[in-house]
Design a protein around this ligand. Structure first.
Ligand SMILES: Nc1ncnc2c1ncn2[C@@H]1O[C@H](COP(=O)(O)OP(=O)(O)OP(=O)(O)O)[C@@H](O)[C@H]1O
Ligand SMILES: [Mg+2]
Length: 242
């Protein structure tokens, strides 16, 4: 089985006294839906930022299809950004354009798509996400859930092979949540690999292939299949998930 990511003994410290992750090792397989669960502050967001090459491990290494992320000799950052999409936990750090339309058009334009093609694509995405009415609004003045949808649309518009999603259902109402799940299912069916950090046990139950639990000591508490992890009440209590 192809490995999309391989993490070996990864540690990250914001300061010597503030560890965020300690000795993390696991693989992400091609087309897998891998969930990362853990209490507040356990290190989920840090882990996704490391996997997106926004920060680098202080110990250990992370490979993407065999190449160490950030290694100047072998790692092609441009190609990586085309293949991997990241949706931040906090939409405010992600959204920076003056209108929703420009926000969603940004990545395809950066990738060199023609203006007319981008316009068509963005209009399709706006409709498919049910946010066409927001098209001329400034993203930073939207509601939390609306911002989340724009952030998701601005990443999903380039059809990434790998999606790293930090709390994607945060702030979404039940209908939007259901819709997002079907959208992600569709992407996964087409071959996308999904890594999702969440507190949403219901989503993990419905949708995950495999689950990693981070504990409050910033280490991996358990890795396993949803049926074994989610039925282990002692484990979920220990990890502060129920
Ligand atoms: N920018 C930062 N500077 C210093 N410490 C940080 C920073 N970001 C996170 N931390 C610390 O690193 C640890 C891991 O944080 P992280 O945001 O990865 O947790 P999380 O599992 O995503 O939490 P949440 O469920 O609240 O989103 C926490 O102890 C946190 O206080
Ligand atoms: Mg987080």
């Amino acid at each position: 089985m192809d490995k999309v990511f391989e993490l070996k003994n990864v540690s990250y410290f914001y300061t010597p006294k503030v560890p965020a992750l300690i000795d993390i090792s696991f693989d992400v397989k091609l087309k897998e839906k891998l969930f990362i669960l853990g209490a507040n502050g356990s290190g989920k967001s840090t882990l996704l930022k490391l996997m997106d090459g926004l920060i680098y491990p202080h110990e250990g290494q992370i490979r993407f299809f065999g190449k160490v992320i950030g290694d100047k000799r072998t790692f092609d950052e441009y190609e990586f950004r085309r293949r991997v999409g990241f949706v931040f936990q906090d939409s405010d750090v992600q959204l920076f354009n003056t209108t929703v339309f420009d926000e969603i058009a940004f990545a395809p334009l950066q990738m060199g798509m023609k203006k007319e093609e981008v316009e068509k694509l963005v209009n399709e995405i706006l409709i498919s996400f049910g946010i066409e009415k927001l098209k001329d609004r400034p993203p930073h003045r939207l509601s939390g859930g609306e911002k989340k949808k724009v952030a998701l649309a601005s990443v999903m518009v380039i059809d990434p092979e790998v999606l790293l999603l930090d709390e994607p259902t945060n702030g979404l109402d039940p209908r939007s949540k259901k819709w997002l799940l079907s959208k992600l299912e569709e992407l996964n069916q087409k071959g996308a690999t999904l890594v999702i950090a969440t507190h949403d046990l219901e989503m993990a139950k419905k949708f995950s292939d495999r689950i990693i639990i981070l504990n409050e000591e910033h280490k991996i508490e358990a890795i396993g299949y949803p049926e074994e992890i989610l039925n282990d009440e002692k484990l979920l209590l220990k990890a502060n998930l129920i």
